[in-house]
Ligand binder design. Structure first.
Ligand code: ATP
Ligand code: MG
Length: 178
């Protein structure tokens, strides 16, 4: 799975629709303090299913919605879309588009290639591709210290996410409940 595009609208400081092309060779995003670099990474984490508002540096999940400024009113929703190139023979026909949208006071909804899905389905798609909201590839501030301080079971979870087998736990729980 190769990420290709990240589109944001009303997400944090990205009030107007913005698009980040994730082309081969992209190694960094630079800009002055507060310009939105971390917000971009958070948008990627968020569209992959991040459930913790704290991990988004907010008190509640609605805090990802543009909160307004002196010259612009707050937005009622935020939307992030991630496009990825996948195997041409897979269930998505080679192109996967995951969209997450949140409306103030109404929570999040997800779509995969235009169809409504559950957060859990999105989690499984990315877990199987050895990525996701908690991927060890997304190293936010404090993460290194968290790895060092983690209990063995937590460290094992990180390794399982990196290996792409984290989704198996969800499937086993589902199977046991049936
Ligand atoms: P640094 O170099 O300091 O790490 P950065 O480029 O990573 O900066 P971000 O943390 O991505 O910057 O962006 C912070 C900006 O996003 C702040 O100006 C903050 O006010 C703004 N911001 C965050 N959430 C919202 C929101 N819900 N509505 C409007 N602006 C927001
Ligand atoms: Mg930052």
């Amino acid at each position: 799975m190769h990420f290709q595009r990240l589109k944001l609208s009303g997400f944090k400081s990205f009030v107007e629709p913005a698009e980040l092309r994730i082309e081969p060779g992209l190694t960094g995003v630079v800009g002055p303090n507060g310009c939105g670099k971390s917000n971009l990474l958070e948008a990627l984490r968020w569209v992959m299913g991040e459930a913790s508002a704290k991990a988004m540096r907010g008190a509640g999940m609605d805090d990802v919605i543009f909160a307004g400024s002196a010259s612009r009113p707050a937005r009622a929703f935020a939307e992030v879309a991630l496009t990825a190139q996948t195997d041409p023979d897979d269930a998505w026909g080679g192109e996967l588009e995951v969209v997450r949208r949140i409306e103030r006071g109404a929570g999040s909804a997800y779509r995969v290639n235009g169809r409504d899905v559950r957060a859990k389905d999105v989690g499984l798609i990315f877990a199987d591709a050895a990525t996701g909201a908690h991927s060890p590839a997304l190293v936010s501030q404090g993460r290194i210290a968290a790895v060092i301080a983690a209990r063995p079971a937590e460290r094992r979870m990180m390794l399982e996410e990196a290996a792409g087998i984290a989704g198996l736990h969800v499937r086993r729980r589902d199977a046991e409940q049936k």
